[in-house]
Design a protein around this ligand. Sequence first.
Ligand SMILES: [Zn+2]
Length: 443
Amino acid sequence: MADVTLEKIVSLSKRRGFIFQSSEIYGGLNGAYDYGPLGVRLKNNIRDMWWKEMTQIHEDIVGLDASILMHPRVWEASGHVANFSDPMVDCKSCKSRFRTDQIDIEAPCPVCGNKNTFTEPRNFNLMFSTHIGAASDASSLIYLRPETAQGIYTEFKNVVASSRVKVPFGIAQVGKAFRNEITTKHFIFRSVEFEQMEMQWFCAPGTDEEWFDYWKAQRFAFYEKIGIRKSHLRWHQHGSDELAFYAKDAYDIQYLFPMGWQELEGVHNRTDYDLKQHQEFSGKDQTYLDPVSNERYLPYVVETSAGLTRNVLMALSDAYEEELLDDGETRTVLHFHPNIAPIMVAVLPLVKKDGIAEAAKELETSLREEFTTFFDVSGAIGRRYRRMDEIGTPYCITVDYQSLEDKSVTLRYRDSMEQVRIKMDEIVSVIKEANKNYKRVEK
Ligand SMILES: [Zn+2]
C-alpha cells in the first residue's frame, strides 16, 4: 500500500467535494476552508456522534450553544488579552511575518533570502478583533472567541439555576472558534476558523483526579466508535514546559496524521482557575452550594476539548487507502466507519433500459427514510463501484433483470468487495446489522 500523504488527501478532498479552499476564485484565503457536499456530511456525522456520546450516552451532561461574540472582559479574565500571543518577527525587506519558534532568526529570511532583515521579536495576539455598534474606538473593541470554553464557564450559574443538574455534571458545546494564526498549515489541521467540541465537567474539589482518569478513558474509547485505528492513536502527557500554570494535569490524545503525531483532543484538569477568574473579574459569586455535603465551593473543572475540523482530517487520513487488488489494479478506497460515512447506500441500476432504472430509483427513494442514499446510473458498473469506494460508501445495491422477477438485489460490501444476493425487503435490516457489527480489517 502506498503511503498516505497530505497531498493525496487534499487532492481527493477537492476532487470529490469534501473540502475546498475558501474564496478560491479570488485566489483563496489562507487558512480558511469550505466544506463541500460530502465534507459537510462527514463533519456533521462526527459532530452528531460526539453529541450523542456526551449528552445521550452519558447522563448529567447538558448542552449549550453560546454566542461567538462575548463581553471583552471575558477575555481579560481568561488571560487571552494578556497572554494569548506568539512572539513574531517581521522581515523588513519582504514584509513576511514568522513565529520566532519556527525559524532561525540568525539565518537569512526563508522567503526573500536577505540577511539581518528581521525586526525585534514582538508579541502578536492571536485573537481576531472587531468593533460592535456604531463607534469604532477602544470602547467598542470585541473579539471573535478563540475557544468555546469561556462561554460554558460564564453560563455555569445560569445552568445550575435553570436546570436540575447537580455537581458533578458537564456542559457540552460544539461551535466555531477563531485564531489569527500567522502560520496556518497542514490543510485544515491549523486554520484560522475552526470548530471545537468541548465538554467542561464541574466536580467537587478533591474528586477531580478521579474524574480526570474517568474522562481520559472515556474519550480515548470514543474514537473506536467512529472507526479510528487504535494503532494510530496515543497519549501525550504535557511536560512541565507545556502545562498551563493553573493546570494540575493535562494529556493530549494524538493521532498519527500524514505529517506525524499531532494533537487531536486535550483532556485537562483546569482546577477552579476559570470560575475563580470570572468571579474576580465580574464581581459575581460563582460558588456552588453542595446540597449533599452542605459545603460551598468553587467547582473544579475537567475539560475534554476536541477539534471537530481536526477530526475530519483524521477521519479522511485514517480511512484512505490505495489498495492493490488481485487483478493488478489499484483502487482508492475510504474505509469510513458507517457511523460517519457521508453516503450509506448507493443504488445502481445494472442497465438503464427495460424498466430497471425506474425500479432502482423507486428502491432508492424508499430507503431515504432510513439511510443517506445516492443514485448513480451512468457508466460501467465497475466504475460506479470505484466511485463509491473513493468516497467511502459502505454499501452498493445493484438492481438487475432478476430483480424485476423476484425482488432480489445484489448487495456489495465496500471493504471486502464481497457481493451477496438478498431480498429488497431485507435491505434495511441487513445493513443495520452489518453496521452494528462493522469492524475494519487492519492490514
Ligand atoms: Zn524576507
